[in-house]
Design a protein around this ligand. Structure first.
Ligand code: ADP
Length: 221
């Protein structure tokens, strides 16, 4: 009898330590999202709302690149000509930037990637970077917006924003071409991992936000 209770005592101790060992709140509660969709699909607008709801660190490669250009850094100088003509910036430039951003936020409860990954090579690099930190992507939210609506939204934004790539219809069309050729295959990459949710991206901002949170909260439960 005493032998038995000694054994169960050991068992419950190991169980206790296992629980403590495996209880890593930063893993369990971490939500890492990718907002995916063509230029003008509302990624920035929805990212702002999602950050607040889920307390995420926002990583927008477009914003990071524009900040590099404003600071006239060598990276910014390299990126500028690509951005001005509506082409994608080379993968290694963008991946390096993401890696630095992940390292500089060690306490983040989760990340939201906006405008990244935009090529399959970037998606593979992101998986590697996250794996090394024992993180993973929770959900990829793909905003669906028709092309005429995208062009309308971008040219409208160009009237009020200081983004020169939104003012010229030729550049806008280049960006949509780049999206179709290089970025759309990224959706298949995450679909194969069963992480992709298509979200109707037209309608009221609040409506779209509700569709996004429903997809996030329903994921993996
Ligand atoms: P939008 O989604 O409206 O095009 P962004 O701010 O996300 O706006 O991107 C602006 C430009 O920055 C892109 O046209 C591209 O040149 C560059 N860029 C942003 N993110 C990436 C990325 N992940 N890979 C390559 N280029 C990028």
């Amino acid at each position: 009898m005493s032998e038995y209770s000694g054994y169960s005592l050991i068992l419950s101790f190991t169980h206790f330590y296992k629980c403590v060992y495996f209880y890593r709140p930063e893993f369990k509660l971490m939500v890492n999202l990718i907002l995916f969709g063509p230029p003008g699909s509302g990624k920035g607008t929805q990212a702002e709302k999602l950050i607040e709801r889920y307390r995420l660190v926002h990583i927008s490669t477009g914003d990071l690149l524009r900040a590099e250009i404003a600071a006239q850094s060598p990276l910014g100088q390299e990126a500028k000509s690509f951005m001005d003509s509506g082409r994608l910036v080379p993968d290694e430039v963008v991946i390096g930037m993401i890696s630095a951003k992940l390292d500089s936020n060690p306490k983040a409860g989760g990340f939201i990637f906006d405008g990244f990954p935009r090529t399959t090579a970037q998606a593979e690099a992101l998986d590697k970077l996250l794996n090394a930190k024992k993180f993973s992507i929770t959900r990829v939210l793909s905003l669906q917006v028709s092309e005429p609506e995208l062009i309308k939204r971008l040219l409208n934004r160009g009237k009020t924003s200081n983004r020169s790539d939104d003012r010229d219809e030729g550049i806008v069309r280049n960006r949509l071409d780049e999206y179709r050729r290089k970025t759309m295959p990224v959706a298949d990459y995450y679909d194969r991992q069963r992480k992709l949710s298509d979200i109707e991206g037209e309608g009221r901002i609040e409506e779209i936000f509700n569709r996004l949170t429903a997809a996030i909260d329903g994921a993996g439960n």
